[in-house]
Design a protein around this ligand. Sequence first.
Ligand SMILES: [Zn+2]
Ligand SMILES: [Zn+2]
Length: 113
Amino acid sequence: MSYGIRKDFYNSKSWKIVRKNVWIKQNLLCNRCHKPVYVDGLSEWIPKEKRRIGIVHHKEHLNDSNIYNDNVTLNENNLEGLCKECHESEHHQDVSVRKDYMFDENGNLVAKT
Ligand SMILES: [Zn+2]
Ligand SMILES: [Zn+2]
Protein backbone atom coordinates (compact mmCIF):
# COMPACT_ATOMS: atom_id res chain seq x y z
CA MET A 1 0.00 0.00 0.00
CA SER A 2 1.32 3.39 -0.85
CA TYR A 3 1.27 5.99 1.85
CA GLY A 4 -0.10 8.52 -0.66
CA ILE A 5 -3.41 6.73 -1.01
CA ARG A 6 -4.07 6.74 2.72
CA LYS A 7 -3.06 10.35 3.03
CA ASP A 8 -5.50 11.25 0.27
CA PHE A 9 -8.22 9.36 2.06
CA TYR A 10 -7.67 11.07 5.40
CA ASN A 11 -7.67 14.43 3.63
CA SER A 12 -10.86 13.70 1.70
CA LYS A 13 -13.97 15.76 2.29
CA SER A 14 -16.17 12.70 2.83
CA TRP A 15 -13.87 11.31 5.54
CA LYS A 16 -13.87 14.65 7.36
CA ILE A 17 -17.67 14.74 7.32
CA VAL A 18 -18.06 11.13 8.52
CA ARG A 19 -15.39 11.65 11.16
CA LYS A 20 -17.20 14.71 12.49
CA ASN A 21 -20.51 12.80 12.59
CA VAL A 22 -18.93 10.04 14.66
CA TRP A 23 -17.78 12.57 17.26
CA ILE A 24 -21.13 14.37 17.34
CA LYS A 25 -22.88 11.02 17.83
CA GLN A 26 -20.50 10.24 20.72
CA ASN A 27 -20.96 13.74 22.21
CA LEU A 28 -17.22 14.36 21.72
CA LEU A 29 -16.41 11.67 24.28
CA CYS A 30 -13.98 8.79 23.89
CA ASN A 31 -15.97 5.60 23.36
CA ARG A 32 -13.84 3.69 25.91
CA CYS A 33 -12.86 6.01 28.77
CA HIS A 34 -15.59 8.60 28.09
CA LYS A 35 -13.24 11.52 28.54
CA PRO A 36 -13.87 14.55 26.31
CA VAL A 37 -11.67 14.83 23.23
CA TYR A 38 -10.73 17.81 21.16
CA VAL A 39 -12.22 17.89 17.66
CA ASP A 40 -11.33 20.68 15.24
CA GLY A 41 -14.13 23.21 15.00
CA LEU A 42 -16.32 21.45 17.55
CA SER A 43 -14.60 21.83 20.89
CA GLU A 44 -12.85 25.18 20.85
CA TRP A 45 -14.08 25.70 24.43
CA ILE A 46 -11.57 23.17 25.76
CA PRO A 47 -8.47 25.02 27.05
CA LYS A 48 -5.43 24.27 24.85
CA GLU A 49 -3.47 22.49 27.61
CA LYS A 50 -6.42 20.19 28.35
CA ARG A 51 -7.01 19.12 24.77
CA ARG A 52 -7.00 15.36 24.35
CA ILE A 53 -6.41 14.19 20.80
CA GLY A 54 -9.30 12.21 19.34
CA ILE A 55 -8.78 9.54 16.69
CA VAL A 56 -11.53 7.85 14.72
CA HIS A 57 -10.53 4.20 14.62
CA HIS A 58 -11.45 1.74 11.84
CA LYS A 59 -12.50 -1.50 13.55
CA GLU A 60 -11.68 -3.26 10.31
CA HIS A 61 -8.24 -1.84 9.59
CA LEU A 62 -7.68 -0.20 6.23
CA ASN A 63 -5.56 -2.02 3.69
CA ASP A 64 -4.99 -2.21 -0.07
CA SER A 65 -8.14 -4.19 -0.72
CA ASN A 66 -10.63 -2.13 1.27
CA ILE A 67 -9.28 1.42 0.98
CA TYR A 68 -11.65 2.15 -1.95
CA ASN A 69 -14.62 0.44 -0.33
CA ASP A 70 -16.85 3.14 1.16
CA ASN A 71 -18.69 0.43 3.07
CA VAL A 72 -15.53 -0.06 5.12
CA THR A 73 -13.84 3.33 5.09
CA LEU A 74 -16.93 5.50 5.61
CA ASN A 75 -19.28 3.08 7.36
CA GLU A 76 -20.11 4.47 10.79
CA ASN A 77 -20.60 0.92 12.09
CA ASN A 78 -16.93 0.32 11.36
CA LEU A 79 -15.84 3.48 13.13
CA GLU A 80 -15.17 4.26 16.75
CA GLY A 81 -14.05 7.58 18.19
CA LEU A 82 -11.21 7.06 20.68
CA CYS A 83 -8.82 9.31 22.56
CA LYS A 84 -5.16 8.90 21.67
CA GLU A 85 -4.46 6.78 24.77
CA CYS A 86 -7.32 4.37 24.19
CA HIS A 87 -6.50 4.17 20.49
CA GLU A 88 -2.94 3.23 21.32
CA SER A 89 -3.94 0.58 23.83
CA GLU A 90 -6.48 -0.78 21.32
CA HIS A 91 -3.68 -1.36 18.82
CA HIS A 92 -1.29 -2.48 21.53
CA GLN A 93 -3.77 -5.16 22.54
CA ASP A 94 -3.74 -6.56 19.00
CA VAL A 95 0.02 -6.84 19.23
CA SER A 96 0.09 -8.53 22.62
CA VAL A 97 -2.41 -11.12 21.41
CA ARG A 98 -0.26 -11.93 18.42
CA LYS A 99 3.42 -11.55 19.28
CA ASP A 100 4.36 -12.57 15.74
CA TYR A 101 2.66 -9.43 14.41
CA MET A 102 3.63 -5.79 14.50
CA PHE A 103 2.51 -2.43 13.13
CA ASP A 104 4.21 -0.91 10.13
CA GLU A 105 4.67 2.85 9.66
CA ASN A 106 1.14 3.14 8.23
CA GLY A 107 -0.49 1.56 11.26
CA ASN A 108 -1.19 -1.73 9.51
CA LEU A 109 -0.81 -5.02 11.33
CA VAL A 110 1.84 -7.05 9.51
CA ALA A 111 3.62 -10.33 10.21
CA LYS A 112 7.03 -9.92 11.80
CA THR A 113 9.79 -11.02 9.46
ZN1 LIG B 1 -10.14 7.12 25.93
ZN1 LIG C 1 -6.96 2.45 14.82
